[in-house]
Design a protein. Structure first.
Length: 657
C-alpha cells in the first residue's frame, strides 16, 4: 500500500494475485479503480506473486513505475523474479501493459523465499530485497554466495532509458552484471547479503537508514539495519545464534541484527515496518514500528538505560500483517493479508495486561471444587479432537448474558465479544494445564494458559510460554503468540467449534442425558437462528479411531490437526487445502511435489504419494518432532495412532480420486 510521490490524493494497493488498485484518500471513498492486471503473467504460487511497487522519484514528469513479481520459469527453473518498468499515460490512473520493459530476471530454484519488495532510496537508486531462493535451511547456500543475487539487497541505477547501470560504490562494482541472477564473479548489483527472506523493509525518511525484517527458519526472527557491504550471517546464523551448531559458525565479518525474537513463542514470521515520523502518536516519534504476520502483534523497539533494544507491545491486531504503509505525513497503516486496510491511531492509554495471574480469579472455575467449571459454562466435545501429546481434555464455552452464537456459511461458530472457551488438560488423575481462549470486547481473540499446582487447588498463569515437567514428562505451555498461530483467522479462530465437529452425541454429566450437541445448543437458544438443516442432514466429522471408513477417519484427523493452517487464506505458503469436505484430488496434496521446504532426503517426494507413505512428505512430517515437524508447534510427542492411521490410508490409495 503506497502513495505516489508528492501526491496524497490516492492510495495504491498491490494484490498478490497480480492486480493493483487505487482509491481516493478520503474517509467516504468506496470505489476502487484497477490500475493494472498482470494475473495472466504472474505466478502467485507459494510465496510468489506481485510483490512490490515503486514510483520513480520523478514520477510527476517521467510517469515511470517499477513492479516486482514472479512468473513461471522454464525447464528446471520453477519460478523467476522479475523487475519491470511501466509507464502511465493518465497521471497514475492506469499502467500500460504494452509499456513493460523487463530490467532484471532472477531464477528461483524453489517457489518460496522470494522477497520481492522494491523502493527508491534517498540516493535515487532502486533497491530490491531478495530471499535465499527457498526450500528450508538454504540447502544451496545462496545466502553466503555473492555470485548469486539470491539472499541479498540489490541496488541499481534505473534513471536512464536502458535497463540499469551499477552504482559505482556497490561492493562488487566493475564486475559483469549477473545474468539470470547468478554469474561466475561476484554480482555487482549486490548492496548487502546474508539474508534469508527480507520481508518488508523501509527507509527512515528522516535519516535515510534502511530497516528490514528478515524472516527466520525455526528459531529467530530478525530486525536489521542494512548497510552497504554488510553480510547479515544467513545461513551461518539465525538472529544472534548459530543456525546449525554442528556446522561451522563463523562470527568474524558478520553484522548482528538490531534485535531478534523467538520464532513460535513471541511470533512466527516478522513483517518489517517503518520508523514513525508522524505527529498523531507523539510517544512513537523516531521509533521503529513492525509486526508479525502470524500472530498479528505490533511492536516498537524500546531501549534501556544501556541502549539495548527490546520489544514493546503496541497492539494485538488479530490480523495477518502482510505489510505496513506510510503516508506523506508519516502516519502508519497496516495491510491485512486476508483483506482490509487499517490505520494506527493513538488510544490515549498504555497497554495493560488485565488477565488474572491465578485461574481462580478468572471466574471460570468452581472455587469449592477447582477442577470443575463455574456454573453457566456449557460442555462440548469435537468429534475429531486435536492431538495434544496424549492428554485427556475437557472443554466448555461461556457467553455473556443474552449473547448468542452465529453460524457462518462454512459451518464455523462465530462468537460474540466477551465469549470464553475453557479447556482442561489432564494426565492420569492430574490436571496439568487450563487454557482460556477469549474474544475481547474489541472483537480480537487472545489465548492464555495456566499451570496447575501440585495440590490441584489452583493454577498460575504462564506468560510468554514455557516447557516444564507435568504429569511425568515435559509439557509445552504455549505462548500467547503460539495460541494465535494455531487458532487462525482463516479457520474461524475457535477450532473444533463448527457444525461438522459438534454434530454428534455427548453425555452431559450434570444431567446424565445423552443428546446431539447441535440439537442441545439449539434447544437452549444459543444460536442466533435455526440450524440450516436437521443434524441428520448436516456434515459430521467421524472419530478418527472409530468405526467409520478409513478414508473418512484419516481426512477427519487431517481436518483437526492440519486444516487450521492448510486452507484457503491460511497463514502457510502454497495451496494445500486439508479440510474434510475438500475432495482429495482438489487438496493440492495428492501426487503433488513439494513447492517449498525440505524434501527430507526422499527421492521423488510427493505431499501424498498414493500407495507409498515413505514418499509422502505429509506422513513423514507428522512423524517428526524437529524443525520439519507438523504441526510445527505445541507438541513434543508424535501421535503414533494418528501416524498409523495416515500410513494405512495413504497405503490404501490407488490414485487421487
Amino acid at each position: 500500500m503506497l502513495q505516489a510521490p508528492d501526491d496524497s490524493s490516492h492510495w495504491y494497493v498491490v494484490e498478490k494475485s497480480g492486480q493493483i488498485f487505487r482509491f481516493e484518500n478520503r474517509a467516504e471513498a468506496s470505489a476502487r479503480q484497477q490500475v493494472i492486471d498482470l494475473r495472466a503473467v504472474v505466478d502467485a504460487r507459494s510465496e510468489g506473486g506481485l510483490l512490490g511497487m515503486a514510483f520513480a522519484p520523478d514520477f510527476a514528469t517521467s510517469r515511470r513505475v517499477y513492479l516486482s513479481y514472479t512468473r513461471p520459469g522454464t525447464g528446471a527453473v520453477p519460478m523467476q523474479s522479475v523487475i519491470s518498468r511501466f509507464t502511465s499515460a493518465d497521471e497514475g490512473g492506469t499502467l500500460e501493459l504494452a509499456s513493460e520493459q523487463v530490467l532484471l530476471v532472477i531464477d528461483q530454484p524453489f517457489t518460496n523465499h522470494n522477497g520481492g519488495g522494491i523502493a527508491f532510496g534517498p540516493d535515487g537508486y532502486l533497491y530490491l530485497g531478495m530471499g535465499d531462493g527457498g526450500s528450508g535451511g538454504d540447502p544451496l547456500n545462496q545466502g553466503q554466495d555473492t555470485t548469486t543475487l539470491l539472499g541479498t539487497f540489490i541496488r541499481i541505477d534505473v534513471s536512464g532509458t536502458g535497463s540499469y547501470t551499477i552504482p559505482p560504490d556497490n561492493p562488487f562494482a566493475g564486475n559483469p552484471p549477473c545474468t539470470g541472477g547468478s554469474a561466475a564473479t561476484d554480482c555487482p548489483e549486490i548492496f548487502a547479503w546474508g539474508l534469508r527472506n527480507p520481508w518488508r523493509w523501509s527507509f527512515d525518511r528522516a535519516t535515510g537508514a534502511l530497516w528490514a525484517g528478515d524472516v527466520g527458519q525455526s528459531a529467530r526472527e530478525e530486525i536489521n539495519l542494512i548497510e552497504l557491504g554488510g553480510n547479515y550471517g544467513w545461513r551461518f546464523r539465525e538472529g544472534f545464534i548459530c543456525f546449525n551448531p554442528a556446522e561451522d559458525c563463523p562470527q568474524a565479518g558478520l553484522v548482528d541484527p538490531i534485535i531478534d525474537y523467538r520464532t513460535g513463542i513471541d511470533g512466527s514470521s516478522v513483517t518489517g515496518g517503518y520508523v514513525y515520523r508522524g505527529t498523531e502518536i507523539q510517544a512513537l516519534r523516531g521509533r521503529y514500528v513492525f509486526g508479525d504476520f502470524v500472530n498479528g502483534r505490533i511492536w516498537t523497539l524500546a531501549t534501556d538505560a544501556d541502549g539495548n533494544f527490546g520489544l514493546q507491545d503496541l497492539a494485538a491486531s488479530g490480523l495477518n500483517i502482510s505489510s505496513f504503509a506510510e503516508d506523506h505525513e508519516g502516519e502508519l497503516y497496516v495491510v491485512n493479508f486476508g483483506g482490509g486496510l487499517y490505520r494506527l491511531v493513538p488510544t490515549g492509554n498504555a497497554p495493560v495486561d488485565t488477565i488474572p495471574a491465578l485461574l481462580s480469579e478468572t471466574g471460570c472455575i468452581d472455587l469449592a471444587e477447582p477442577g470443575r467449571p463455574a456454573p453457566g459454562l456449557i460442555p462440548y466435545r469435537p468429534g475429531a479432537p486435536f492431538w495434544s501429546d496424549g492428554a485427556d481434555k475437557a472443554r466448555w464455552l461461556a457467553l455473556p448474558d443474552e449473547a448468542q452464537i452465529s453460524l457462518a456459511a462454512d459451518g464455523n461458530f462465530e462468537f460474540p465479544p466477551g465469549a470464553v472457551l475453557m479447556k482442561h488438560f489432564q494426565r492420569g488423575q492430574q490436571l496439568i494445564e487450563t487454557r482460556l481462549f477469549m474474544r475481547h470486547p474489541d472483537g480480537q481473540w487472545g489465548g492464555y494458559t495456566w499451570r496447575w499446582n501440585a495440590a490441584q487447588t489452583d493454577a498460575e498463569r504462564v506468560v510468554g510460554g514455557a516447557t516444564l515437567p507435568a504429569g511425568g514428562s515435559d509439557w509445552i505451555y504455549p505462548s500467547e503468540a503460539q495460541c494465535l498461530q494455531c487458532h487462525t483467522a482463516a479457520a474461524g479462530r475457535t477450532l473444533g467449534l463448527e457444525i461438522a465437529q459438534l454434530n454428534n452425541a455427548l453425555t452431559y454429566t450434570e444431567t446424565g442425558r445423552t443428546a446431539n450437541q447441535l440439537t442441545t445448543l439449539e434447544a437452549i437458544e444459543l444460536f442466533t437462528g435455526s440450524l440450516p438443516a436437521p443434524p441428520a442432514e448436516l456434515p459430521s466429522l467421524p472419530d478418527p479411531f472409530g468405526a467409520a471408513p478409513l478414508a473418512e477417519r484419516a481426512r477427519a484427523w487431517l481436518h483437526s490437526n492440519c486444516a487450521g493452517c492448510h486452507r484457503p487464506d491460511g497463514p502457510t505458503p502454497g495451496d494445500l487445502d486439508l479440510r474434510f469436505d475438500v475432495p482429495l484430488a482438489e487438496t493440492q496434496a495428492c501426487n503433488v511435489a513439494p513447492s517449498s521446504g525440505s524434501s527430507l532426503g526422499v527421492a521423488n517426494p510427493q505431499l501424498i504419494a498414493p500407495g507409498d507413505p515413505q514418499r509422502s512428505l505429509l506422513w513423514l512430517r507428522v512423524g517428526r518432532r524437529d524443525v520439519h515437524a507438523m504441526p510445527p508447534v505445541g507438541s513434543l510427542e508424535v501421535d503414533t495412532a494418528g501416524l498409523s492411521l495416515l500410513q494405512d490410508w495413504i497405503g490404501s490409495l490407488n490414485d487421487c480420486d
